[in-house]
Design a protein around this ligand. Sequence first.
Ligand code: PLP
Length: 287
Amino acid sequence: TVAFLNGEYLPLSEARISPMDRGFLFGDGIYEVIPTYAGKPVGLKGHLSRLASGLSAIEIDNPYDDAMWTSIVLQLATENAQHIESGNVGVYFHVSRGTDTKRYHAYPTGVTPTVFAFAFEMAAPQSNSRSSAKVYKVALEEDKRWQRCHIKSTSLLGNVMHFQSGVKAGVNETILFNEKGLITEASSCNVFMVKNGIIKTPPLNNELLPGITRHIALESFKRANLNVVEEWFSKESLLDADEVWLTSSSKEVSPVIEIDGHVIGEGAAGEVWERAIRAYHAYKFDA
Ligand code: PLP
């Protein structure tokens, strides 16, 4: 597949960075994943704006303007179409602070950020119907990450360890709660729940990533007159919910049917979910 490294398109197998890159040594960088379907990106504006705020939060100058970032997304989606025939292409962007001559914690001056991008095959779009939805079983544990989860940092060890607890338990995501017992997000997704027809998701703060899918979902639900609020909820209310969903660029809006072996609602994609995913699909390319 074709990748992008520091201004050049090249085969992914030929891309090389220095071991002195601060992305490698410190996880000192910001990343994004942008979904595209048949060459059309979802939420591109939101992804570029979150990339810009992440870079600004860690004082890296954004190396490119939005037009350049956009052309990288479109070029990688098109150039890799022959390898990724489904047309479901995720584009990964990574900007690290750059390569230094020594390993020293302080931000170095005069280094050039390393910019890397590659394309990969994503899951097919989520189904529109309860009977064929892709559903998830998840684990639940206390969020042990840092207090800057709103920054999409490439330092993902905390997330990786939470995800791995789920894998060990035989599931493929882990939902997290803070020390007050309130749900924050999952190791690689945002979380929604439904109780008595009301859709809830935690409000944004430093404890969770401002997911672009979360944002598009909220907009689309409001447009479809679904009842939705941004409100904290406890792990007890999560387990007692009628429906639980995960949102992310690759999962879109996906039902959770089991949490730590505890069945949610009817143990299948729910009624409200079906209305929600239809609203999401109808709006996602306009977001
Ligand atoms: N939360 C975390 C920790 C994530 O890593 C991700 C995405 O990878 C999300 C939420 C969902 O964000 P988005 O919808 O922008 O993909």
